[in-house]
Structures are given as structure tokens and as C-alpha cells.
Design a protein around this ligand. Structure first.
Ligand code: MN
Length: 427
């Protein structure tokens, strides 16, 4: 009943009712897409196949809202901003958004400031031709930001991107936020779909596809590749579906009709570099285990190897009697003398909320921004080194700097790990 009524609403945004005489061709294209989802819904049969869950009217409602937002932003140029080190969930969803938005003559550029570090992410982008671009602070200087009318945050809320401040300073409005991390702060956007209980943003985007925002077609190569990317995103954010819940499985089931299993296999076969293996080795050597927490500082590592940190945490959490692993190191960008402490947390303990844990452990900076956050099973933090950055050619200074940060991070973590005054381990 609810589904039918929601579809009636969706018909009311059909472009036929608000014709745009200037761009008839584009309007027609959008209209075709919009009528698609109402076909199964109007029969009352098979709706479940399209949306995954009969009761999931929220997914429908959000799809409709997004559609409205896209309609009101037709013909724009937009930036899709990803976290500095984008993961498969972020990359695949950004691509999906780009394909959906294209139907409304919205041109999107998918950008990130850091680097593709994980070998699987590099393989994903190369093998699918995923259209993401790296924009360093230098790239930004050469861009005319006034040509963009809006920006979108996907699988993040702007707290993990260096690009955010420049885009905000240029006066570009935030059009949409679509994420599954806990709400970091109140965001002013035309469209907000933040669902922390959903295990992957790819699930949210698959629901948009299922409700008809884009009809996937197995004969279109980039649709197949995008579905494969979404499947990879969904799998990697749910620990290969082991932490997936019903709606994630339903999304994966839908994607299974379109994705290319061989291509996914090729992406997953990507090998680790020697330098990543070395960081994992360092994490093994340096780890201390207390009260089922495994904590390891890995010292300095290059920007390009940054993803070795979550991979090391993934590995450390597999040790017997360990439920939570935290790995951190100082990541440096040789060109910019930019240094930042980056850390990752992985947990298999259901009652440990990584978002809460990281916020509690590290607190906020002087502007009130938390140093990190998380989602189910995983979290991360970034602490800028500021004035202490660089100068590492003096090895005594570099060693001292690491020792201070290492000691401080351990103190902050152990305060929570120690059961005496630990609110998180109280049960
Ligand atoms: Mn995600």
C-alpha cells in the first residue's frame, strides 16, 4: 500500500508535468527512467524483487527524494568528493552516482586528494576504467572552481577530505550527502541520506538502482563494470559479506544479475607490494596485546603505502584472543613535507563501537573536529603533525618525534583498554 502511494508521488515529479522547452531531449531521457520503477509497483507483484525488502519504504522514499534533488539540479556540473584515500565502497558509489546523474544532464567529476593506496583499489580503477581523478592541493590551484554548481559527499561526510575547505571557500554548495558512517555533524544539504546501520554505502546505492533511478543493462559494458565495482565495495565493507545484514545480502543478490564474477576475481587477485608486506611485518613485531586489544605503531611510511595500515590492522585482528587491533604510523608526503599520523582500528567485538571508541580515545582538535570516527567493525583517525612536520633528514629528530607520538597514542588507547577506568569494556 505504502509502496503504491509512494510511486504515485514519484509520478508527480515526472518531467512531463513540468516541461522544459529548452532541453526537450534530455527531459525525455529522464522521463523514460522515471517511469521504469512504477511498472512492477503498479502490478503489486514482484515489488520485493525490486526493492529487496517489502517493508523498506525508507529506501523508496530516499530514492524519490534523490530524484527530486537531481531534477532540481539539472544541467549542472558537480564535484563528487571522496575521502583522501578512497576505498571500493566510495569509488563504486561515486561512479553509480555519476551514471544516475548523467540522465539529468549533470556532469560529475569524482575527485580525491590523497592516493589510491590499496592494491585492490588500484586494480579496481584500472580494470573497470572507473573515472576517479586525483586532485592534489596543486591541482586545485589550477582549477576554476566557479564552473561547478554543487558538490556531493559519498561514503564520507567531509571530515576525511583535504579538498573540502577549498570547495567550501569557493562557495560551492553541498547538494547531497550519502553515507553509512555515524553522523559527524549536522550537514546542510538538499539531500541527506546517512544510514549508519547499513553496512555499505554500496547497499544504499544498489537500492537506488533497484527503485529505478538507473536501469542496469547487462549488455552495456560500463553498467556491468559498475555493478562489479559495487559488488566489490559491498563485499569489502562487510568483510566479504560476513558482517552483511539482510539488506546487504538483498543488494548483493540484485547485483549478482549484472556483475562480472571473473572481473571481480581479477580485482581480488591483486598482490600486495613488498613495502606493504614490510609494514605488516613491522606491525607484527611491534604489537603489544592487552585485554584482547592488539596495538602496533609502525613508524614512518610513504604516502603511497598508507593503506598498509588498515591491512596490518586486518591481519592483527586475526590473532587468537584478539578482538580489536589498532595500527598507526606517520605517513609523509615527500613532495609537500606533509605529515600526518594515520591509524586504523578493526574489531570483531560486536559491542565495541569504533566510532565511539576513537572519539573517546583521541577527542577533538581546537576547532571541535574529531580526529576520527568509524562504522561497524572499523574505524580510522588522522592527526595532523602541523609544525612538527618535516625535518626528518635529522634522524635523531625523526626518531624522537616518532617516540613522542607513539607514546602519546598508546597512552590514549590504553586508558580505554585498561578495564579499571574503561567504560567500553564494562560488560
Ligand atoms: Mn563504506
Amino acid at each position: 500500500m505504502q509502496l503504491n502511494s509512494s510511486f504515485k508521488q514519484s509520478e508527480s515529479f515526472s518531467l512531463t508535468k513540468e516541461p522544459n522547452p529548452e532541453e526537450p531531449e534530455i527531459d525525455k531521457e529522464a522521463e523514460v527512467t522515471l517511469t521504469k520503477p512504477s511498472l512492477p509497483a503498479s502490478t503489486g507483484e514482484g515489488v520485493g524483487i525490486y526493492i529487496g525488502q517489502r517493508n523498506n519504504s525508507l529506501a523508496f522514499q530516499k530514492s524519490e527524494e534523490l530524484q527530486k534533488t537531481l531534477l532540481s539540479h539539472r544541467h549542472e556540473r558537480q564535484l563528487v568528493i571522496l575521502q583522501d584515500f578512497p576505498d571500493p565502497d566510495a569509488l563504486s558509489c561515486a561512479w553509480t552516482y555519476q551514471l544516475i546523474a548523467q540522465q539529468y544532464d549533470i556532469k560529475c567529476e569524482i575527485i580525491y586528494a590523497g592516493t589510491l593506496s590499496h592494491q585492490e583499489n588500484i586494480a579496481l580503477v584500472k580494470l573497470t576504467g572507473l573515472p576517479a581523478q586525483r586532485w592534489t592541493p596543486q591541482t586545485l590551484k589550477g582549477k576554476d572552481l566557479s564552473s561547478y554548481q554543487g558538490f556531493i559527499l559519498i561514503d564520507n561526510q567531509g571530515t576525511t577530505s583535504q579538498l573540502l575547505s577549498a570547495v567550501q571557500q569557493a562557495g560551492i554548495p553541498l547538494v547531497a550527502v550519502i553515507d553509512h558512517h555515524s553522523l559527524q555533524s549536522e550537514l546542510k544539504a538538499d539531500f541527506v541520506d546517512v544510514r549508519p546501520y547499513v553496512r555499505a554505502t554500496a547497499t544504499i546505492f544498489t537500492q537506488y538502482l533497484q527503485s529505478g533511478l538507473l536501469g542496469l543493462d547487462s549488455s552495456i559494458s560500463h553498467h556491468v563494470k559498475c555493478a562489479t565495482a559495487l559488488m566489490h565495495g559491498l563485499r569489502s565493507d562487510t568483510n566479504r559479506l560476513m558482517q552483511a545484514q539482510e539488506e546487504d545480502f538483498m543488494a548483493a543478490a540484485y547485483l549478482s544479475r549484472f556483475y562480472d564474477a571473473q572481473l571481480l576475481n581479477a580485482i581480488l587477485q591483486a598482490n600486495r607490494s613488498k613495502r606493504v608486506m614490510d609494514v605488516i611485518e613491522r606491525s607484527l613485531k611491534n604489537r603489544i596485546v592487552q585485554n584482547n586489544f592488539s596495538i602496533a605503531g609502525v613508524g614512518y611510511l610513504r604516502y603511497d603505502d598508507r593503506d598498509a595500515i588498515p591491512q596490518a590492522a586486518d591481519f592483527l585482528v586475526t590473532e587468537e584472543n584478539v578482538h580489536t587491533a589498532v595500527v598507526y604510523g606517520i605517513v609523509h608526503d615527500e613532495d609537500d613535507e606533509l605529515e600526518v599520523v594515520i591509524g586504523s582500528l578493526r574489531t570483531t567485538k560486536l559491542t565495541l563501537d569504533p566510532d565511539e571508541f576513537i572519539k573517546e580515545a583521541f577527542g577533538q582538535d581546537s576547532t571541535g573536529r574529531f580526529f576520527g570516527g568509524g562504522r561497524t567493525g572499523a574505524g580510522g583517525f588522522e592527526i595532523p603533525m602541523g609544525f612538527l612536520s618535516g625535518g626528518n633528514e635529522n634522524s635523531a629528530y625523526a626518531r624522537m618525534k616518532w617516540e613522542v607520538f607513539d607514546a602519546q597514542i598508546k597512552q590514549k588507547l590504553l586508558r580505554l583498554v585498561n578495564p579499571k577506568d574503561n567504560p567500553i569494556q564494562s560488560e
